[in-house]
Design a protein around this ligand. Sequence first.
Ligand SMILES: Cc1cc2nc3c(=O)[nH]c(=O)nc-3n(C[C@H](O)[C@H](O)[C@H](O)COP(=O)(O)OP(=O)(O)OC[C@H]3O[C@@H](n4cnc5c(N)ncnc54)[C@H](O)[C@@H]3O)c2cc1C
Length: 499
Amino acid sequence: MIAAALLLAAVAPVLAASNTDAVSVCQHLHTAYPQYTVWDPTGTYGLETFWNQSYYSNAVKEYWNGVNADNRPACAFFPATAQQVSVAVQQLNKYPTAPFALKGGGHNFNVGFSSTNGGVLISFNENMSSTTRNSDGQSFDIGPGARWGDVYAVTQKTNQVVGLACDNVVNFEVVLGNGTIINANSDSNPDLWWALRGGGNRFGIVTKFTLKAHPLGDNGQVWGGIRSYSADKREQIFEALSKFTSEYPDAKAAIIPTFEIGLPGALISNPAIFFFYDGAKPSANAFAGLEDIEPFTDSTNTTSYTNITNAAGGAKIYGINAAIHVNTFPNMPSQQMTQLLETHWTTYQSMIKNDSSRNLDLQLGTFTPQPLSVRIARASQNAGGNALGLDPANGDRIWVENDLIWLNPACNDACPGYLHEVGDTVKEAFNNTLLGTKPTNYQSGDVDWISSNPLFMNDAANYQDVYGSYGPTNKARLASIAKAYDPTGFMFRQGGWSF
Ligand SMILES: Cc1cc2nc3c(=O)[nH]c(=O)nc-3n(C[C@H](O)[C@H](O)[C@H](O)COP(=O)(O)OP(=O)(O)OC[C@H]3O[C@@H](n4cnc5c(N)ncnc54)[C@H](O)[C@@H]3O)c2cc1C
């Protein structure tokens, strides 16, 4: 046994420097919940939970951004109930220097947001990931560790689906920074309910989401899949994207366009569009002409929702080295939109390349323009609004997600900065040539401000000012709600953005 532990210690990628307060918290959790707490197998107490060390190893390894896996918590705790989370919070309060991290699916791009080196990892996927239909049939209770594929497998049994966006959360069950368990909804703690919809991890630990149910497709049948295109089709796609975002002909239609530029010399440069229609067959012109552009591969068909989400990347992929950066732009008429997106294309072509000085070897850069139409802002307002403060009068915008993935871990430090340069280069080009162009469907608002804000938290890098992008009023409101519900700043002991 001891020899095995020594061997493990020898091959561990990073020896965790466990925080002594974190060790004290782990000791308590291990005593109270021995079946739900696993020590770092390479640490001092590793032998105590040697028999179930695979739970620890998997929790530490299963991050989409593999750079997180270098972080080794002192122990991993896999709670099964809100009460157990509350006990962990109370213990963490007794040991104020113990860092901690909350892990749902481990899909956030930013290193250290859902991982911790030497702290306490509270991981929800293992024991708090169930999906249950409520008796009224109008909503589902979902655990904080659930993955969408598992959620849809349940909801599609009754030809239902739950809204993806924060606007569809009817109730959050939350463990506050002092261990109290409360609910946040439109009647109880409505300010916390508002803050949790778009405000991130600074308010409390969510132990259950109740999400509104919607009917799904035609008796559960939906249409969609991925089409990829030769590079010369990009201009047609840019133009149609502008039209799709401004006209949004059919609320049942959705797209995720991705432009990939990769390998030395940008040899692979292809647009691809993920199409989705919430019905067995799209209505005429549902995609504003995007559907008429000739692809060279096409997997669109009529199928089930889980098949579609799997096609969009539902598979569990771990260990990619990755960085992200998001920019907000106005959606503009076709000509200006083409200019902006062509600037992205050429910037990626010139900047995503072999560069030995940056330790870039095999790399893939992608940019993904995501329509933020006034339709979405209207739906958000109708559902009570959220922390992003979307106003339909501001017109249509797009979020452009920029990603870089690479193989060589020697680039783990420099590569995120490299993508940052790419994101800033396109933003600067926009500011120099197109700033002041009114968004389509614009009615009112400061054009310069709405042309760069808000940023989409799920696509934002750790150095981006997400809360500032919600505007000074919303940022101040978020800060005061955090102070009211978490006066000691407990939630700030983990990674995340600051006010
Ligand atoms: C390939 C890929 C595609 C993506 N596509 C999309 C997309 O189409 N749309 C989209 O919106 N996003 C997308 N994202 C972004 C992703 O949805 C977000 O990063 C999201 O945070 C991931 O959720 P998670 O549970 O896996 O997060 P984790 O990495 O586990 O955690 C993320 C954050 O949530 C906090 N957190 C975790 N659990 C709790 C809890 N119980 N209570 C309070 N805070 C908690 C953590 O502190 C952390 O800051 C994509 C990401 C990847 C890698």
